[in-house]
Ligand binder design. Structure first.
Ligand code: ADP
Ligand code: MG
Length: 160
């Protein structure tokens, strides 16, 4: 299973965060990539930096023969088309697309002259806004490293 996290917290050329996520789903479902399932959209307080608007977040499962690096490049094109400017880490953005899991692959590397990629995504365990949507659309998913379900990871996160 391939899981992609979507997030947005400022208006861009595609409209409000909610509209931007809807358009991003349409853009993702093109060419070599097909959307399988999309979670409910949730609104969450900003992570990391607090003084910025709330985020709209969702998770989608996709099917593709693209390699992880090629898929990431495709996500970056969609982010750019959505008006994304790379600025502050954890800062406001019109659209953020992250690969959470690529068929359980454990990988750290980069393409030639390309962006770095860590799989599974390093932030899954501390982010309820990805764990809850994963539990919704992929209840049988397990974290590739710990083999815990999203539900179990959420329960642990809520204890802390
Ligand atoms: P954020 O951490 O808020 O998502 P960015 O979207 O700006 O910040 O991502 C920073 C960099 O993280 C990207 O340029 C990308 O190369 C790298 N990255 C590493 N692993 C992943 C992943 N699993 N999915 C998406 N981007 C990743
Ligand atoms: Mg990102």
């Amino acid at each position: 299973m391939i899981l992609i996290a979507l997030g947005s917290n400022i208006n861009g050329p595609w409209g409000s965060p909610r509209e931007t996520l809807a358009r991003a789903i349409t853009e993702l479902n093109r060419g070599p990539v097909r959307i399988a399932r999309v979670s409910s959209l949730i609104v969450t307080a900003p992570f990391g930096r607090k003084n910025q608007p709330d985020f709209a977040n969702a998770v989608a499962s996709v099917e593709t023969h693209l390699s992880p690096i090629s898929l990431l490049a495709r996500l970056h094109v969609i982010e750019r088309n959505a008006g994304r400017k790379r600025g502050l880490r954890w800062g406001p953005r019109t659209l953020d697309l992250d690969i959470l899991d690529y068929h359980g692959l454990i990988f750290t590397g980069r393409g030639i002259g390309k962006a770095s990629l860590t799989l599974p995504h390093a932030g899954i365990a501390d982010r309820s806004f990805v764990l809850a949507p994963i539990a919704e659309i992929a209840p049988r998913w397990r974290h590739p490293r710990t083999h815990q379900s999203a539900k179990a990871m959420l329960a642990r996160l809520n204890q802390n």
